[in-house]
Design a protein around this ligand. Sequence first.
Ligand SMILES: [Zn+2]
Ligand SMILES: [Zn+2]
Ligand SMILES: [Zn+2]
Length: 276
Amino acid sequence: MAMVRLAGCCTSHRPVASVLKVGLHHYQMYCLLRHPAPIKHLRHLRRKLSESRSVGFLYLPALKMLMFLLLLSFQGASVMMAAFEKHFDRLQSAILERECDPKAGTDCACGAGQSLYRCQDCFTSTVSCQQCLLRSHTDLPLHHIQHWTGTHFERTNLGDLGLILCLGHATLRCPNAPTDSKERPTVIVHTNGIHKLDVEYCYCAYAADEPTQLASAGLFPATTEKPETAFTFAVLKEFHAHTLSSKKSAYDYYIALQKLTNNAFPDRTYVSILHA
Ligand SMILES: [Zn+2]
Ligand SMILES: [Zn+2]
Ligand SMILES: [Zn+2]
């Protein structure tokens, strides 16, 4: 998000605070644009605000006074949003158009299947078939994926589509893996949410132990014996930054990760393989 990049460039607190404030207003605007009803409500509030300015402040009945104060609190946001108001309809259309893709359900460019999947984390999220999606994500295993049901997109994940996280040989399976070896289902906690993937370890003679293999791949194991949960270094770094700057607790951060994984049913996110 541009807000974060700009904030990272600033060296003093005031520019950071103002950039974050602008970013927050833009995010609130984005939420409003996704849900048309509040926009009408906001316009109504703004109209009411301009009307209420002409009424004598001291003679207002208590109820109107409360209303006035409430509306006054919207003025800061509404002044900033005034410049955007003439763009609302087009911005709203552009945001809502992203919920659908006219190519969904058509033949994939490879000619081998239907274009039913798209990635929410890749910058260009064109729909493709399952095989093309897996091929393009061997190195991006922690991206969120959506599946076209015929009427709408639903969240799915790369692990369920067959992606295996192979350690020790880039993205390839270990050539020395026993034929009866099984990948281990593992919960992986990342900055964008909580994932479940099958992990294939390296079995070469020189291979390190499992926790070390995970650490070499940028994953910190939750246990040292047959790890089934791991945290990306990125999520540990991000939590460290959050807790130092806003005193956010690990519990609050975890709740946010749950919501990023499944905002409708956060309780259904993976906690461990036992609950997956
Ligand atoms: Zn992706
Ligand atoms: Zn394809
Ligand atoms: Zn190997």
